[in-house]
Design a binder for this molecule. Sequence first.
Ligand code: CP
Ligand code: NVA
Length: 300
Amino acid sequence: MTKHFIDFDDHSLEILQNIIDRAISLKKEHKEGHVNNSLNNKTLAMIFDKSSTRTRVSFEAGMTQLGGQSLFLSEKDIQLGRGEPITDSAIVISSMVDAVMLRLSSHEDIIEFSKHSSKPVINALSDESHPCQILADLMTYQEQRGAIKGKKIAWIGDGCNVCQTYMQAVNIFDFSLSIATPEGYEPSQSYVDKYQNNIEYFNKPLDACIDADIIVTDVWTSMGQESEQKERELAFKGFQVDEEMMSKAKNDVIFMHCLPAYRGKEVSADVIDGKQSVIWDEAENRLHVQKALLLYLIEN
Ligand code: CP
Ligand code: NVA
């Protein structure tokens, strides 16, 4: 059966932990100058209907570093953007490449593509989730502080795709999650109903930060929501991660953000550029963890 990476909780702890552990080894080997050609002659197609810096660069560089190739396909430049059915696109593209990475607004479209794809499909962000990001975040915590089991993560801000993927990871990795959002910006009700264990909700961000091991946030206006930007900035007043929030957490708390970030909006400059912030490692780890993911999906 073709393996896909679409929803974080489609996978066991063992598989996800192996990907993270392998990423840590790949990172070390890469920095020591070892050459790894495990994906020689393999091709990854990457379809985007939204912008990207980290996802595009990390998947492209990752394939190159593993001896393979990648194809950047903007949705508007391929026939998919002119209405060719997802089904037909999936059959054709997957017949020519070894894996397909999709960043599409619609999560359902990624699932639909995977149903007709003969090769592994990777969700590289949808309106619902961003599983590659959470792999990188968990890898970063493991490198910085050790096992995530039993730790407390405070999510501050919008209950968006990245937040929802943390919700999917809670039970698998056995940590707790405190989510503080303004009213009306909670994660989708279907996620709230489905993921209940060890998740608490707050409307006062300081309450969520108490004794946290990680404080994490994301933009207030995700891609596709630009027309709501003004009303969101009003609604999220008081949700900027700042020194006061960080001071409520454990002494060795770390700050994470998937990036891109807007200093002075969802996070203060002194926090994101301060010594508790691990954002640069977190961003770089997208490369290493996705190389491990590609090897898991494509090898053999
Ligand atoms: N964090 C993340 O996915 O960044 P990009 O949108 O730049 O790919
Ligand atoms: N929530 C953000 C994440 C960007 C990586 C968005 O969807 O735009």
